[in-house]
Each structure stands twice: as C-alpha cells, then as structure tokens.
Ligand binder design. Structure first.
Ligand code: PHE
Length: 456
C-alpha cells in the first residue's frame, strides 16, 4: 500500500526533518522580537510551559494520526472516518495554511539570501530601500523557491532527509558561533539579564496568548506537517522520544537565538521591543560596527537564517504535494514544481508589499481586537499564520479527542515506545495524554481563539 510513498531511512532522519520543519524564521526572527515585545524573561518562562503542556501533546497527536493511517493530511482525516465538516476544518484548512504561509515565508527567506550577499558587497544600503526594490526581492524570492522545490523533488529519504541531516547540524554550529560573538561584546550582560530574569509581575493574559501562538508557529503544530511526516515514520520507531527531541531542539534554537540577539541589542543600545525589524534592521548595523570580522559574523548569521527557513519551506511544500501524490497519483516532481510555482505567483504581492507597489504596501484590513493590518504580507501572516493555525490546532485536538477513538491513537503512540503504557505514579503516560488531548488542549486553545477574535 505504502510501497512507493517512501519512508524515513532512520529515526535520526525523521527527527532531523521534523526538527528542520519546526526550526525556522519563527525561532530566530520571530521568537526574539515577540519576546522583546512581551517583556523578556517572563515571556520565556510562559513560552516553555506552553511548549510542554500544549505543544507536546499536539505533536504526539499529529504524528500518531499520520503513522496510524499512513496517509497525507487529508487521507488521514478521511481514513479515520471524518465527515465533510472535519475534513474542511481540520485537513483542508491545514493544507491552505501550509500553502499560503509558504507564499510569504519564502519572500522573507529570500531577503536572507540578499543579506548574505550584502555582507560582502554592501549592496543593501538600508532595509527600506532594499525591500522596495523589486529587482532585488523578486529574483531572491524565486531563487529560494527553486532551491526548495529541487530538494522536495528528491523525495523522502533522498531529498528531505538528506538535506536536513546536513543542514540541521550546520545550523547548530552557526548558532553557537554567533552566540559566542554576541556574548563577548562589551555590555552584553545587560541583554542576558533582560532575557533570563523573569519578572513574574509581567505575566498577563496577553503574554500567555502570545506565547501559545508563538509555540504553535514554531513547533509546526496545526499545519498538517507532522501528520504528513509521521506517515513516513516506520512502526518500530518511538513517537514519544522523537517528539520530545523535536520539541527540545526547537525550543533550544529559540532560546539560543535570544542569546545571540539580546546581548547584541543591549550592547549597542538598541530597543528590544521594536518588533519585526529587529533582525533585518538592527543586526546588520551591529555586525557592521564590530571592529573586525563583522561581515563574516553577519554572513554566517544570515546563512543560518536562510538554512533554517529552507528546512521549514521544504515541509510546507511537502504537505500539499503529498496529497497530490497519494490521492491524485501525481508524480512527485510534478507535484513539487506545480505547488512551488503557484506559491511563487501567490507570493508576488507579498514580495511587492515592502514599498515596491503602493497598492500592496498600503492595503489594509481590519483585524480582530480592533487592530488593523497593513500591507499584503502582514495581512497574509495575520490570516494564515495567526488565526487559521490556531483554528486547525483546535479542530485537530477536538477531532482526535472526541470524534475518533482516542485510545487507538494512544496505542499508536505506544507502538515502538512501551514506556508509554507503563504505570508511573498510578497513571500511564498514555492515560495522561488522553486527558490532555480531550480536555486541556481544546479548552486552552479555545480560550486563545475566543480572545483572538475579541469575544473574551
Ligand atoms: N516552524 C516554522 C518556524 O518556526 C514555521 C513552519 C511552520 C514551517 C509550519 C513549516 C511548517 O519558522
């Protein structure tokens, strides 16, 4: 049945690919600026709780759903008896999220290629002008998309796994190098203190909500990605330990990213709460003002950002592609190129929304909670990266906890991981997981959702 679908060659390969999907712009670009906007240490503390209590049970759920059915996201819902409603709100929406996020995520990833080159040629004078020049952003966007497509056409063990096994360790080495440089700057300790000393009085409802949203974005939960990747996981491999590894590595990279950025921001007297420009506007200045080797550190940093984005964008193509391959019998090559090219076309307005096109730069929609989103890219991110991702995670946990036989999924998690059904302090991890997926996850995510749309 699954003969020509492909499988991961090893558990290490699966962990690297899944962690590669999780670790991305979300960890290195988004996590530090969201931390900066939410007061530093206290946010970090809440974030870790969100990963452990909500993120991890959902990772297990998605991987189990994928391996249990051996199918892509849509197939996994259909094979477990989902009706049209669950298909639409769980699976089809997840596919849309992956596709539309890919369209603008690759635009940002394209910028990172520009910044790597600019460390040696200085062709970027400032972020605004760079972003507003279509001749820069469009070809860089296209280049990034083509690299992604070529890796995906290589298939499961040959393409995605091979690339991730090389790229992920490289990423860790680069994080450490840049972090060491950042920590040895004079005045760096103020940043470390800001980042690592939680001030518990700063924990508010909004901090908790931002932390949960960031956890979903970062862990790649609620996108159908872990369902798809789980479907390529052999039965004798442990979902329990692989999931733990993925969550651990993702969180480590985010935490280390904070340790690269905040010491530098403080050492140079910049504002940690300035938002999305933190990486692209502040750090190049920081690198340039280093006495020696600034361009090397800078190029390494943007290379690392690009690598992280690449292992994530691969997984975003894989979700819709695996649907076309499984259900519509497309060839892998066809599927990857079609989706990549379509996402490129859909992404053009995002690429032009940094000043190149007045229409796309200034367009506005009212968003929840009385806010307005300006610019095509930010609008796409608000709709797909913030709202829909939470809806999909909510629907998936309801579906797994209440619509299908949750014990079957618990058994799937225990397959290859006997410890999951061993009693510890009177309860098995499996029973605990069922409690989380039935009650804790839907209630907490439901509250986040209600508050996002402004009802509470
Ligand atoms: N987790 C990725 C990040 O942190 C984003 C992503 C989500 C990538 C879902 C693929 C799928 O950047």
């Amino acid at each position: 049945m699954s003969v020509n679908r492909g499988q991961w060659g090893s558990k290490f390969g699966f962990i690297m690919a899944a962690a590669g999907s999780a670790v991305g712009l979300g960890n290195i670009w988004r996590f530090p600026y969201v931390t900066g906007q939410n007061g530093g240490g206290a946010f970090v503390f809440v974030y870790i709780l969100c990963v452990l209590l909500i993120g991890l049970p959902l990772i297990y759920n998605e991987v189990a759903l994928g391996r249990f059915t051996g199918k892509n996201t849509i197939g996994a819902f259909r094979d477990t008896g989902a009706n049209k409603f669950w298909l639409a709100t769980g699976a089809v929406l997840a596919l849309c999220v992956s596709f539309f996020v890919l369209s603008y995520y690759s635009v940002i990833a394209g910028w990172t290629i520009g910044y790597i080159i600019s460390e040696f040629t200085n062709f970027i004078k400032d972020f605004q002008t760079f972003q507003a020049t279509p001749l820069y952003v469009i070809p860089l966007f296209a280049l990034f998309m083509v690299i992604t497509i070529v890796i995906v056409t290589g298939g499961i063990a040959g393409g995605i796994e091979k690339a991730s096994k090389i790229l992920m360790p490289l990423l860790f080495i680069l994080v450490f190098l840049v972090m060491l440089r950042s920590l040895t700057l004079p005045g760096a300790m103020a940043g470390v203190k800001y980042y690592l000393t939680p001030d518990f009085s700063k924990i508010t409802g909004k901090v908790i909500l931002s932390a949960l949203g960031q956890a979903f974005f970062s862990l790649s939960v609620g996108w159908g990605i872990l369902i798809t990747y789980g479907s390529y996981l052999p039965k004798n491999q442990s979902i329990v330990s692989s999931g733990l590894w993925v969550g651990f590595m993702d969180t480590m990279v985010a935490l280390l990213a904070g340790l690269m950025i905040f010491p530098a921001v403080f050492a140079f007297g910049k504002d940690p709460a300035q938002g999305t420009a933190l990486v692209f506007q502040v750090l190049p200045d920081v690198f340039n003002s280093l006495p020696t080797g600034g361009n090397i550190v800078g190029a390494l940093f943007f290379l690392l950002l690009c690598v992280a984005a690449l292992t994530s964008s691969i997984s975003m193509i894989e979700v819709p592609a695996s649907y076309l391959i499984d259900e519509k019998k497309w060839r892998r090559k066809h599927a990857a190129w079609t989706i990549g090219i379509l996402a490129f076309i859909v992404g053009i307005p995002s690429a032009l929304s940094g000043g190149a096109s007045e229409l796309f730069t200034n367009m506005q929609i009212p968003f929840f909670g009385g806010t307005t989103k300006t610019g095509f890219l930010d609008i796409m991110d608000a709709i797909f990266g913030e709202l829909f991702i939470v809806i999909v995670a909510f629907m998936t946990s309801l579906y797994a906890g209440w619509v299908i036989d949750t014990r079957k999924l618990a058994e799937e998690i225990a397959t290859g991981a006997p410890v999951f059904s061993k009693k510890i302090a009177g309860i098995t991890p499996a029973q605990l997981w069922v409690l989380f997926i039935k009650y804790v996850c839907p209630v907490v995510i439901g509250l986040v959702l209600l508050s996002t749309i402004g009802i509470i």
